[in-house]
Ligand binder design. Structure first.
Ligand SMILES: Cc1cc2nc3c(=O)[nH]c(=O)nc-3n(C[C@H](O)[C@H](O)[C@H](O)COP(=O)(O)O)c2cc1C
Length: 184
């Protein structure tokens, strides 16, 4: 296990893990938990596939159906949480993000990159989460109008490493990611 003494080295390590989530289908960073809140509901957590990560611009991207409940929650409050647990390296990554929702023509370049057989995920009828009379009483036809790109602008990152001695740190955009150690 690495012994991190420098805040920037610790953050570099975490970003390397996040980037692997895009490249390596087996990395747990490929499937973060995405958490939304709303004023009159319980917080809601769900697994999403990470479609892109961009350290330079501090962004992580997901794709979803425009009629899914997360779209409604994000309209009410664009703030969300992202959680990743990487058991091999014993690292937990938590992020606070502000989500920019892209729909319509602006998503065309992203839509072109979605493999044809995956496009059916965007266009289920009835809409995701609707009560149906039996398990397979739904249909799906790909529909770009039902395709949303969620660009998550990272505001803060918190890391917890379970080493012999646990190590925890937080980094914030407003302090230009300089970071500070936290008691674990
Ligand atoms: C491994 C895995 C990957 C998933 N990937 C996505 C995804 O990329 N986009 C998505 O909208 N839902 C994805 N889902 C389904 C979501 O977890 C969730 O059930 C769905 O988006 C509806 O969520 P909502 O009603 O909270 O909006 C995935 C589920 C699993 C188990």
């Amino acid at each position: 296990m690495k012994n991190f003494q420098k805040l920037d080295v610790f953050l570099d390590f975490a970003w390397a893990q996040v980037s692997r989530g895009r490249a390596d289908k087996k990395s747990p960073a490929r499937h973060p938990t995405f958490v939304t809140s709303s004023s009159d509901n319980f917080p809601r957590a769900r697994t999403l596939v990470m479609r892109r990560s961009d350290r330079k611009n501090n962004e992580i991207e997901f794709h979803t159906d425009t009629t899914s409940s997360k779209m409604f929650f994000l309209q009410e409050d664009p703030r969300a949480g992202i959680h990743i647990w990487l058991p091999k390296v014993q690292l937990q990554i938590q992020m606070n993000v502000v989500v920019e929702v892209k729909v319509g023509d602006i998503t065309t370049p992203n839509w072109r990159d979605v493999p044809t057989n995956s496009r059916v995920a965007y266009g289920t009828t009835p809409s995701p989460g609707t009560v149906i009379p039996s398990p397979l009483a739904y249909d799906h036809a790909p529909d770009q109008k039902r395709f949303a790109v969620l660009v998550c602008h990272i505001q803060s990152i918190e890391l917890l490493l379970l080493a012999d001695k646990h190590i925890r740190a937080q980094y914030k955009k407003i302090t230009n990611w300089q970071g500070e150690w936290l008691s674990p």
